[in-house]
Design a protein around this ligand. Structure first.
Ligand SMILES: Cc1cc2nc3c(=O)[nH]c(=O)nc-3n(C[C@H](O)[C@H](O)[C@H](O)COP(=O)(O)OP(=O)(O)OC[C@H]3O[C@@H](n4cnc5c(N)ncnc54)[C@H](O)[C@@H]3O)c2cc1C
Length: 284
């Protein structure tokens, strides 16, 4: 690792100011959250920026609140803040436990949710769970705002649909109905997860009325399959008998590859094991 090249840090007070700075700096500037990805890549000389625009000086960008039936998490909220938020725990405990298991305490203390999603590193826990929860992200470019479904944000490994001068301001997660059950499980042997699997269902007695299964980390972006979700709907006992078929559909939809984490066949096996475990958890 080489010493960091020289760069300047800029501290905007508003999102519009940050976006304007990014537009002015062009390819020489980048947003900077906790720096856990960015500074590492810059130390390895994989990325070079002369100007870093700090999102942490923007007022309220780390706010966590309930608004209009949704949990709103600011783009600059750290994993640790999410893990420790009583509001998150009360409303979406599955998010609390996911956040508590991201990386290590040092990364969680400075790494932000916005940085995690916008870096689009394929081994992201939040991206997988938030996709299953039907989350949206709010982004702002100068004074213009838009909301994008999370499944449309990550377009590939280290690629998003956001423009270079857009700032992720908030993640919006619909509050669960009383019949919603959610599980997020991951399998991890190294620094980052080999597999993350989220299952969110609506259960009425013995009947599953709605299901959303998402697998992450096994390919470039979180994957869903309509066919898998259809097999996860119906009487619990019937769905239990269809889990292998649903896992096959999910694995077919994910573009599984052989890599240092394991072979495509191994990942297919893990999907089946973890879908079954997640089903056991949500149908208890
Ligand atoms: C050792 C290690 C272990 C890890 N383990 C896990 C793990 O188990 N699970 C997991 O999910 N992740 C893991 N990670 C990834 C970690 O979650 C991310 O590094 C962290 O969340 C990134 O946030 P940051 O604020 O540090 O981003 P930065 O490094 O500051 O920025 C990353 C990218 O996001 C952009 N960006 C930052 N904020 C915004 C914003 N608000 N709007 C638009 N663009 C923005 C930056 O311009 C940059 O391109 C691990 C990382 C490390 C180093």
């Amino acid at each position: 690792m080489m010493p960091l090249r020289k760069f300047a840090i800029h501290q905007p007070k508003t999102v519009a100011e940050a976006s304007q700075m990014l537009a002015d700096f062009g390819a020489e500037g980048r947003l900077y959250g906790g720096g856990t990805e960015l500074l590492l890549a810059m130390k390895h000389d994989l990325l070079r920026y002369k100007h870093l625009v700090d999102v942490k000086t923007i007022a309220d960008l780390d706010r966590i609140e309930i608004k209009d039936g949704a949990l709103m998490i600011g783009g600059a909220a750290t994993h640790r803040a999410i893990e420790r938020s009583a509001l998150v725990h009360r409303n979406l405990p599955v998010l609390t436990s996911m956040a508590a298991n991201v990386a290590n305490i040092r990364v969680r203390a400075s790494g932000t949710l916005g940085g995690n999603l916008c870096f689009a590193e394929p081994h992201s826990d939040p991206a997988t769970l938030l996709t299953a929860l039907g989350a949206k992200v709010h982004v702002q470019r100068k004074t213009a705002t838009r909301a994008v479904s999370i499944s449309k944000v990550i377009t590939g490994a280290y690629e998003t649909s956001l423009a270079d001068d857009e700032v992720l301001t908030q993640v919006e997660i619909p509050l669960p109905t009383s019949s919603q059950r959610a599980a997020y499980l991951k399998f991890q042997l190294k620094e980052r997860p080999t597999l993350g699997l989220a299952l969110v269902v609506e259960i009425d007695g013995e009947e599953i009325n709605k299901a959303s299964a998402v697998v992450g980390c096994v390919s470039v972006a979180p994957t869903q399959s309509e066919k898998a979700n259809a097999l996860l709907i119906g009487a619990k006992a019937q769905v239990a008998g269809q889990l292998s078929a649903a896992a096959e559909e999910l694995a077919n939809a994910a573009d599984l590859i052989d890599d240092v984490e394991g072979s495509a066949e191994y990942k297919r096996h893990l999907i089946a094991v973890f879908l079954r475990r997640a089903f056991t958890e949500v149908s208890r």
